[in-house]
Design a protein around this ligand. Structure first.
Ligand code: ZN
Ligand code: ZN
Length: 271
């Protein structure tokens, strides 16, 4: 939303900007000559202290919220930042009005808005816009509050992240791994072909130890079922006699694989 407003502002005012700057400079000079301190007068015009709270006048409040008072608390919660405003560093319109104005503009100018979107379709530009947005949210303490309110959600998300860590295997290493396990799930023995027929995808790369490395020694092929069943369990806690797909031989094979590959890595480091 901020970007839309910024872009609009840019388009509307850029041409008149220079002219305006000159007239303002002239005004400032004449007022200074006559001994009028405009800064103080201007700030007092816009600001009003009611009950110890600093309120700021919103320029377009009448247009969108005519039944409300145009004085809104002068904080970043209610106003966007505007660094070019040297008086208080806030926008001259309150956040709610800015949003209303922007949505109204989008409704009135669908073609221009489409053009604007295509302009900002580039990945880098999107990323930059995201960073600006994130910085803004951080400044008003949005994330802190969000984290406080959603502790459970974040814990779940972190567990998910842990579960879906990505491996750093090369294709050659992955092929070697598949070959060792006969192109089948290391836990239940489902073959690659069966898996492709059933799930329309290849076998997954599975972290044996969730807190382990992303390397080859911690990776086994697994079918979709086993992969989703194991989640963040320890191998021994999940793959044992209570598991209907458990087979002692397969467990030994997994141990063997992990042992051999970690030895290989150590040898490589030593040589
Ligand atoms: Zn307003
Ligand atoms: Zn399986």
């Amino acid at each position: 939303m901020y970007c839309i407003l910024k872009w609009r502002w840019y388009n509307n005012k850029y041409r008149k900007r220079e002219q305006k700057a000159w007239t303002q400079a002239l005004k400032w000079w004449t007022e200074k000559k006559e001994g009028i301190t405009t800064v103080k007068r201007k700030r007092n015009d816009k600001h009003k202290i009611i009950g110890g709270v600093d309120y700021k006048f919103c320029n377009i409040h009448d247009e969108y919220f005519p039944e409300e008072s145009p004085f809104v608390p002068s904080t970043l919660e209610y106003f966007y930042k505007n660094d070019s405003n040297s008086l208080d560093g806030l926008s001259s319109r309150c956040k709610r009005c800015e949003v209303q104005r922007a949505t109204k503009w989008i409704k009135d100018h669908p073609e221009q808005f489409k053009k604007y979107l295509s302009k900002y379709d580039h990945k880098d530009v999107k990323k930059k816009a995201m960073l600006v947005q994130e910085k803004r949210l951080r400044e008003i303490g949005y994330y802190k509050e969000y984290n406080k309110k959603n502790k459970d959600k974040i814990a779940r998300y972190n567990a998910y992240r842990q579960q879906h860590k990505t491996h750093t295997l090369t294709k050659k290493e992955w092929n070697k791994c598949l070959e060792y396990f006969d192109n089948s799930c290391a836990y239940c023995g489902m073959s690659m072909e069966e898996h492709k027929n059933l799930y329309k995808q290849s076998l997954h790369k599975e972290h044996v130890r969730n807190d382990g490395s992303n390397g080859i020694e911690n990776c086994v092929p697994a079918c979709k079922h086993c992969n989703s069943q194991k989640r963040t369990y320890l191998l021994e806690d999940w793959y044992n006699e209570t598991n209907p797909r458990y087979e002692r031989e397969r467990l030994d094979k997994i141990y063997e694989w992990m042992y051999i590959e970690s030895l290989n890595i150590e040898n490589k480091k030593a040589s």
